[in-house]
Design a protein around this ligand. Sequence first.
Ligand code: SF4
Length: 342
Amino acid sequence: MLDRASHRLLDERAVIDRDLAERLVELSDDHLPALIALAHQVRLAWMGPAVEVESIISAKTGGCPENCTFCSQSARYDTEVVREPMLPLDKLVELAQRTKDLGGTEFCIVVAVRGPNQRMLQQVIDAARAIRSSVDIEVAASLGLLKEGQAERLAAGGIHRYNHNLEAGPGFFPRICTTHRFEDRVNTCRMVTDAGMELCSGGIFGMGETWSDRLDLAFELRDLGAHEIPCNFLNPRPGTPLGDAPLLRPLEALKCVAMFRLVNPDCVLRYSGGREVVLRDLQAYGMLAGANGLIVGNYLTTLGRSAEVDLAMLADLDMPVASKPLTGTGGRRPLSVIPVIA
Ligand code: SF4
């Protein structure tokens, strides 16, 4: 199976199909080092050696009306999250500068809402303009479900990438959220790409989903042409319905990263929330399993380790930090124009 996948991805420069992906998933842990090594080779061949560094900031925290079972920002659960209104513009500019100083090329403004109203949309556009006028960094946004015309306004306002995670495959999604549908999320993802922004969309591993659910998600993201795919690992939040869920096994988490790379060879695969608590001593191994993006600093409601420690990890791995955002194509670029990177 590994030889077939290698031939397909490295020799033919083509993507693998669902059948082959399922067979790779069935391989035992004895084959995991080889699976991980292949994912790393694929990442180097399709995306190069550089790692894209980003930080995310919760610009408006808590009080979300939705009921995602993993999320401590839902107003429906009694969690430790303290509601915070929208951060002022000068604070966002200051945080974007701090991201730039750490070598980051993208700064993502995240708000906890079902979707933005017009006032919030304008606040984010104003913030993006202020950041771009004083900091040499790309601005991304994550504002929930979009309505007609909002994606175009964000794109025109200088938002280059929009994050909207599918979180899980279509079969599993109703088990983690009932206040909106999987199709609603897919529609927003389509609006993002139709408006010309890059799509950042990924999921969370360890919520009780099966490997079939994970592959559903991986292939859905490929079909949507996701440029960036964040790989999050459930860090159970007290007070949420998933607050007592067991942590994913570290080797299982590595297999998730590797499989998402093998299904989506030309995306920025971002190693994201929960990695510290789930991967623990295997932290660096994830960067050798196909990831080529890193969120540094804290996550939305949980603490990451310090950015300096993560940058030292990249230096130890001899992985250069990208000087500008990497561009994946979600498998949509004709094979004939995909550069071969030695
Ligand atoms: S929509 Fe987003 S912020 Fe709201 S509960 Fe779901 S994951 Fe949390």
